[in-house]
Design a protein around this ligand. Structure first.
Ligand SMILES: [Zn+2]
Length: 81
């Protein structure tokens, strides 16, 4: 079990924008040098972030929560007895 990975990555399904520059997509949810946590793009994370890990910040991993339904071609029976 990779414990460290649990505290350096966060899965989200909705695109957020950087709280600092507000123009770029957020790549991190992290604590800033100024104190509060914020959504940060890569550039702002490098400037204002204090690092990754528990209590510091997580890199965002975008996941699509919608489950892809099985298509007809994937459903069938193998009759090769
Ligand atoms: Zn930014």
């Amino acid at each position: 079990m990779d414990m460290d990975k649990n505290y350096t990555e966060a899965q989200i399904s909705e695109q957020r924008y950087c709280d600092i520059c507000t123009t770029k997509p957020a790549a991190y949810d992290a604590k800033t040098k100024r104190g509060p946590w914020a959504w940060l793009c890569k550039d702002c994370f490098e400037e204002f972030g204090i690092g990754l890990g528990l209590g510091r910040g997580q890199r965002l991993i975008f996941v699509d929560v919608r489950v892809t339904p099985l298509t007809g071609s994937q459903v069938g029976f193998d009759e090769d007895l």
